[in-house]
Write a protein that binds this ligand. Structure first.
Ligand SMILES: [Zn+2]
Length: 456
């Protein structure tokens, strides 16, 4: 067996992949045809053109050399998700966000068990990995199950336990119990695995009182943890916050100290220019979720303006109940497509910017050392099949990148490595029994639906 395959322990892994094309980043000079990626342990040891590549690390006989052909590129980074919501996929289709949550989502989530969340997350991880997503950012409840499924699936996860204060929104009571659970999870799991990072997920300024945000800001700052929060997703929510405080949600985050942390704000659909400046000044990132925002009718975030003001923009699927799949390739295409359409300007967001949003900007937003294929970075990479009409012709590297963003899709992802471990081989996730996970999620989703129907 190739050490690049299936082994759970990668610390001694040492292998070389030779591909027809290596897209280490979106710039023309970062694209090698043909190219080489050397991996040692969980990190990349070398990336470059084949003809000038050094001898394989550790000598030819000690290194596994595999000619994989196709195209190697960084794994995609999902910057905003509630992946266990595979259990609620499509629930409440056609409802706007507020009614969708109150009428379709929260009543079912009230019946979730730890095992439900585990299976929902596991099935979602299988889908993410097969789609070439190597890191996912999660905000949910029952987070021990989220961590356990992420570990079992082989995905890299930033788990930010949800902190809520809404009646009917979950199994526990006030925000403080969610907050205490988040602190416990941080103490128990952060950095215990190279693949798991724990942060904090205060849901939003509109469902949390200011004292909750102040407390989260203080504790996150003490341990330098990520704060992952929904921000300015809908017009209605924006108005609620303005009425309550006299100013918008970004200013609430600034005044409560949240913005003094590493912040990843999901959505940002209704941000004003001044609010974008505020986020940029604090180095906060926005997880743009165009498909979820479109499906729920929340609006279209002004990505062109955010980028021009220096706000880091990453991409998120959001949960599979508002997307309804976990395919970040769609966000990578929708982000520039919608930005260009509303601006009436094909230069509004470039193809390279779209590629970065799905890869390096996501990683930078999370503080994860991936998103680009470079020596010293984490060996999170994917192989894309080039034997397809959508890659023909590819006259130069610029066209090749355009094909990746505008013509290719997740269906062409054949192989995926996370931290040097091959978790998808020839389209099949080798770490998850997908049939079993689908059976579990189907049965559990039906039970949850019936329980919610009986209690309504
Ligand atoms: Zn969300």
């Amino acid at each position: 067996m190739n050490v690049a395959d299936e082994g759970a322990d990668t610390k001694d892994a040492r292998f070389r992949l030779i591909a027809d094309v290596v897209v280490s980043g979106p710039e023309a000079e970062s694209i090698f045809r043909p190219g080489v990626v050397d991996v040692t342990g969980s990190e990349i040891a070398y990336v470059g053109p084949l003809d000038t590549a050094p001898d394989p690390v550790g000598g030819v006989e000690r290194a596994n050399v595999e000619v994989v052909g196709g195209l190697l590129m960084p794994g995609l980074v999902n910057a905003h998700g509630h992946t266990p919501m595979t259990l609620l996929r499509s629930a409440g289709d056609g409802l706007p966000l507020g009614r969708w949550l109150k009428e379709a989502i929260w009543p079912r989530e009230a019946h979730l068990s730890d095992e439900d969340v585990y299976w929902g997350m596991l099935l979602g991880c299988e889908e993410l990995l097969c789609n070439g997503v190597t890191t996912t950012t999660e905000m949910y409840v029952r987070d021990r199950s989220v961590v356990a499924a992420a570990l079992d699936s082989g995905i890299r996860a930033v788990v930010t336990p949800g902190i809520l204060d809404v009646e009917g929104a979950g199994p526990a009571g006030s925000w403080r119990s969610f907050f205490n659970a988040a602190v416990d999870l941080y103490d128990e799991f952060n950095a215990t695995s190279e693949r798991i990072t724990v942060g904090f997920g205060p849901h939003s300024a509109y469902v949390l009182p200011e004292d909750a945000l102040v407390e989260v800001a203080r504790v996150a700052s003490d341990v330098a943890a990520l704060v992952h929060i929904h921000l300015s997703e809908t017009k209605a929510e924006d108005l609620v916050v303005r009425e309550r405080h006299g100013y918008g949600a970004p200013e609430v985050l600034a005044r409560t100290g949240i913005l003094d942390n590493r912040v990843l704000a999901a959505h940002g659909v209704w941000l004003s220019d001044v609010e974008m400046d505020l986020l940029a000044a604090h180095g906060a990132a926005v997880a743009h979720c165009p498909q979820s925002n479109g499906k729920l009718g929340s609006g279209i975030a002004r990505v062109k303006e955010m980028l021009s003001k220096g706000v880091r923009v990453a991409l998120g699927t959001d949960g599979p109940a508002s997307n309804d799949d976990l395919d970040l390739w769609e966000e990578m295409r929708l982000a520039p497509l919608l930005a260009r359409a509303i601006a009436g300007d094909a230069t509004a967001v470039t193809t390279a910017e779209a590629f970065k949003m799905a890869t390096s900007s996501g990683a930078e937003s999370l503080g994860i050392d991936s998103g680009v294929l470079e020596a010293g970075k984490l060996a999170d990479l994917i192989r894309v099949d080039l034997d397809h009409g959508c890659f023909t012709p590819a006259l130069d590297s610029t066209e090749l990148l355009s094909h990746l963003v505008w013509a290719a899709s997740s269906r062409l992802v054949t192989d995926v490595w996370v931290g040097g471990r091959r978790v998808v081989k020839d389209h099949r996730c080798v770490t998850v029994d997908a049939d079993e996970a689908r059976r579990e999620v189907s049965a559990r989703a039906r039970r949850i639906f019936e329980q919610a129907s009986r209690s309504s």
